[in-house]
Design a protein. Structure first.
Length: 286
């Protein structure tokens, strides 16, 4: 049996729409083994991803028994679907004798997911900037300076990525594009150099959050409260509805006070302190 452990991820980091992502120490675990008998996995994203690899190499013995130990909430903006894609590809790759390179794994995962922001950090770990150019994914893994914490605020309601994409405009203004380009560059520099105060401005966005935020109850109130509690930056995690706050180490009051505030709202919000996972996906033979 093959065990695949895939970390949760948060995409975009505000302005880095579809290109920035970070992996956390919060995991889905998948247990995959071949079966000689038919297994009805047609709508299982893990199996669909594995079959893409098998078909690429003409592998015939490809029925899979799949067990999922899911800790990452689905449709909350924490990369749950990306973990399924990555697990299927890397499980199939192990069955085939590690025939794929890491770059090939990232490429296939991006083709399935549609963009590399979640799958890349899920595979390689850490904070990544990634783009798809023609048929290749180019990425850089950034080493973050110490002194910052990621706090996820996850509600008990879902928001599908497809619904969150439907509200986005088909075109944006030149002004808004420049706004985001500058803030992506500033965000990367601030995280790499430890100039965390810059994040108060650099995590702003005009390409997706103004539109998606309308789908999330109390979004503006929560953002304002995070800023009031001295967060360094606050933004939607992926398509949402999870909201991610960045705080300085030593801001010990933030967790308790934001949790107390969220408890006054009509929805239940789960607060998690997350650490960065720098290893990415692990594959083990059991």
């Amino acid at each position: 049996m093959i065990e695949v452990i895939v970390p949760a991820t948060s995409a975009n980091l505000g302005p880095g729409f579809d290109c920035l992502g970070v992996a956390f120490n919060f995991y889905n675990k998948f247990y995959i083994e071949e079966s000689k008998e038919f297994v009805d996995n047609d709508d299982n994203l893990v199996n669909l991803s594995a079959q893409k690899v098998f078909n690429k190499f003409g592998y015939k013995e490809k029925y899979l028994n799949i067990k999922i130990e899911g800790n990452i909430p689905q449709s909350r903006g924490l990369g749950s679907s990306a973990t399924c894609i990555v697990a299927g590809i890397m499980g199939a790759n192990k069955i085939l004798g590690d025939i794929l390179s890491q770059d090939e794994i990232i490429k296939i995962a991006t083709e399935i997911e549609g963009h590399p922001d979640n799958v890349t950090p899920a595979i390689v770990g850490g904070l990544t900037a990634a783009i798809m150019n023609e048929d290749r994914v180019y990425y850089e893994k950034l080493i973050l300076r110490k002194g910052i914490k990621f706090i996820s605020l996850t509600p008990d309601f879902k928001l599908s990525t497809s619904d969150a994409r439907k509200v986005l405009p088909k075109e944006v203004s030149y002004k808004d594009a420049i706004f985001n380009v500058g803030r992506v560059a500033l965000t990367m520099g601030a995280l790499a150099n430890g100039n965390f105060e810059q994040l108060r401005i650099s995590c702003e966005d005009k390409l997706h959050q103004p539109y998606r935020s309308r789908l999330i109850r109390n979004y503006d109130k929560i953002i304002s409260k995070c800023k009031e509690l001295n967060s360094l930056g606050v933004f939607l995690s992926g398509a949402g509805p999870t909201i991610m706050a960045l705080i300085e180490e030593g801001n010990d009051h933030f967790l308790e006070e934001i949790e107390n505030y969220l408890n006054t709202l009509e929805d239940f919000w789960k607060v998690r302190e997350l650490n960065i996972d720098n290893l990415g996906t692990r594959v083990n033979i059991l």
